[in-house]
Write a protein that binds this ligand. Structure first.
Ligand SMILES: NC(=O)c1ccc[n+]([C@@H]2O[C@H](COP(=O)([O-])OP(=O)(O)OC[C@H]3O[C@@H](n4cnc5c(N)ncnc54)[C@H](OP(=O)(O)O)[C@@H]3O)[C@@H](O)[C@H]2O)c1
Length: 257
């Protein structure tokens, strides 16, 4: 039986990964900050699918939190075969409206934690000659969209570069770039969503199914929906100035402060 570790497992896309991987018979290590919610999730997945679900409470914006997950990933006994670096969040506001400390926290969770956890996991996986890492980025990686988009662009570049460097070792890395998905993300960030067209919303379970198919096919970049594949094709040939005007508005309607 194989083991998957998912960060940000308790809600949204992470919870969809947990449901799907448990359904496929993988044991799980569930990582987030809310211990009560993690325990409830572990019990539910164990009872429903008969898998072992371990709870690891960790705040990936902190040194202690990142270290705790690194140590679990480096462990030889019950080693982790699949890492899903999914934990992430949006900040409420545009550049200079968001406190610098919150921007730095975002870089810690989206970049530093992803670098360190990927490194801890792939070190152990390379020794075993097998394993996989899914780093959840966003289509925001391809458009001008503040620190959030920049952090996700880093995730894509880092993951594709590392995938190439580890080619032939049996370890696969893939950056996953979802479009808009209905999760807790927008509410947590204080973002209004009524200006996002209906057709742009993706279903988390379908997204995860497509992502795992792409990983099995050996892709290093997954944009799992035909609508967004087409859109990203258009983005590639659109002038940056025009792109910035559209993308900085879409889905960035913030409520009262
Ligand atoms: N939803 C979208 O439209 C969308 C689109 C593209 C990309 N994404 C990306 O997809 C990923 C998942 O987002 P989501 O939409 O599923 O968000 P979500 O529903 O808000 O879930 C976020 C998860 O991450 C955990 N988390 C947040 N901060 C954390 C921290 N500092 N340390 C550890 N765990 C933390 C949360 O649990 P706790 O609060 O208990 O820690 C929760 O389990 C993110 O990387 C996001 O950027 C989302």
């Amino acid at each position: 039986m194989t083991t998957a570790l998912i960060t940000g497992s308790t809600a949204g896309i992470g919870a969809a990964f947990a449901r799907r991987l448990a359904g496929d018979g993988h044991n799980l290590v569930l990582v987030a900050r809310d211990t009560k919610r993690l325990r409830e999730q572990a019990t539910e997945l164990h009872d429903r699918h008969g898998i072992e679900a371990e709870v690891l409470t960790a705040d990936l914006a902190t040194e202690d939190g990142i270290t705790a997950v690194e140590e679990r990933l480096a462990r030889r006994r019950d080693g982790v075969d699949l890492l899903v670096n999914n934990a992430g969040f949006g900040n409420k506001g545009r550049y200079l409206e968001v406190p610098l400390a919150d921007e730095l926290t975002m870089l810690k969770v989206h970049c530093e934690a992803v670098l360190r956890l990927t490194s801890a996991a792939t070190g152990a996986m390379r020794e075993r000659g097998r394993g996989g890492v899914v780093n959840v980025a966003s289509v925001a990686a391809f458009v001008p969209r503040g620190t959030y988009g920049a952090s996700k662009a880093w995730v894509v570049q880092f993951t594709q570069g590392a995938a190439r460097d580890l080619a032939g070792t049996g370890v696969r890395l893939m950056a996953l770039c979802p479009g808009f998905v209905r999760t807790e993300f927008h509410e947590r960030a204080g973002m209004g969503t009524d200006n996002i067209p209906k057709w742009m919303w993706l279903d988390a379970d379908k997204l995860v199914a497509a992502a795992l198919t792409d990983l099995a096919r050996g892709k290093s970049l997954s944009i799992p929906d035909p609508r967004y594949k087409t859109l990203m094709g258009v983005v590639k040939v659109t002038p940056r100035a025009l792109l910035g005007g559209v993308t900085s508005r879409t889905g960035r309607k913030y409520g009262p402060k």
